[in-house]
Design a protein around this ligand. Structure first.
Ligand SMILES: Cc1ncc(COP(=O)(O)O)c(C=O)c1O
Length: 318
């Protein structure tokens, strides 16, 4: 296999610097969901931690390096979950954290970032505009810019999810695809240790830039995004991350908004889980192609649960 930027030994070492509260998350077969989806389904539950998403794994790795004598101030752009996770990890290590986010991000995410003592700056635009603003702040103030998916530590942190999967027996893993930290991280581990397992990335039709890039093997950007899955709504894939994704993903699929919302509802109804739309992308992919998964055992990573209550109520009551 050609080499990604990731290294399995470093990923194993990353486990030692991540607060155990994020590690060894539940992995279990969900029979009720299996009946609804017509295939074997295991859930890897990444919402039962202090920041309700998998992003804490990566921010723990990033901040543990900074705490070892590096800069004391950091800035990141975030759709909401990375910012919350960086605020959590940074607070524990005495770092000064600034998060730049879209003012259209879910209030629940923005409120939690503030509650964790980070400085929150809002842009009147989307996630990619927040990325530009965060980079400008880093240049202006000379502080460390944490770039999700580009900073390899964010991928290594997410990749530790993969280490927790490989001892189980399953045929495919469904991974929500945004910037690509989770897909390249988990994909690297799966291809290194259980290469027969299919790595399938899932994005909304309304935010297809990385999937289109993967299919064309070159960066494709979009002018806008239009999806309820705010955690994965990027327009500008990062070239180095695409290169890694090309090495580890077997497929990348796009799903409709109605399927994502049906996924949120099914996870609530059959698994008792409150998830944000990005975390329902895997279920949406099964709903859209039942034949592909029939008779197979699929792991879906339920990767975030930060939702505005009213929105969630609307999705589950239909
Ligand atoms: C809940 C959730 N799912 C999926 C993603 C996408 O992950 P990545 O950017 O690592 O591809 C994110 C990103 O923040 C997220 O918060």
């Amino acid at each position: 296999m050609q080499e990604t930027r990731l290294d399995t030994a470093r990923i194993r070492a990353a486990r030692r610097v991540i607060d155990p509260v994020f590690l060894d998350s539940p992995l279990y077969r969900c029979e009720a969901l299996e009946a609804a989806l017509g295939c074997g389904v295991s859930i890897k539950l990444e919402t039962a931690n202090p920041v309700r998403s998998f992003k804490g794994r990566g921010t723990e790795v990033v901040t543990s390096l900074l705490a070892d004598g590096g800069p004391r101030a950091v800035v990141c752009a975030s759709a909401g979950n990375l910012g919350q996770a960086l605020a959590w990890s940074g607070r524990g290590r005495g770092l000064d954290v600034t998060v730049v986010a879209s003012r259209f991000a879910p209030a629940a995410k923005l409120d939690r970032i503030r509650a964790l003592d980070a400085r929150l700056e809002l842009v009147d635009g989307d996630f990619d505009m927040a990325r530009e603003r965060a980079a400008a702040i880093a240049r202006r103030d000379g502080v460390r810019l944490v770039e999700d998916s580009l900073d390899v530590e964010t991928c290594e942190g997410a990749a530790t999810i993969g280490l927790e999967l490989v001892d189980a027996s399953f045929d495919a893993v469904l991974i929500a695809l945004g910037g690509g930290a989770m897909a390249t991280g988990v994909g690297h581990v799966v291809k290194a240790l259980v290469p027969g397992v299919e790595v399938i990335c899932v994005q909304p039709l309304g935010a297809p830039a990385m999937t289109r890039s993967w299919r064309r093997r070159r960066v494709v950007t979009t002018a806008s995004t239009d999806t309820v899955a705010d955690g994965v709504a990027g327009r500008r894939p990062i070239p180095a991350v695409l290169d890694d994704l090309l090495l580890v993903a077997d497929d990348a699929v796009l799903v409709r908004e109605a399927s994502i919302i049906a996924g949120v509802r099914l996870l609530f109804e059959h698994a008792g889980l409150v998830v944000e739309p990005s975390a329902a992308l895997g279920v949406a992919a099964i709903l859209e192609d039942r034949e592909r998964f029939a008779g197979r055992h699929v792991v879906t990573i339920v990767c975030g649960g930060n939702v505005d209550l009213d929105a969630h109520r609307g999705w589950v009551t239909g």
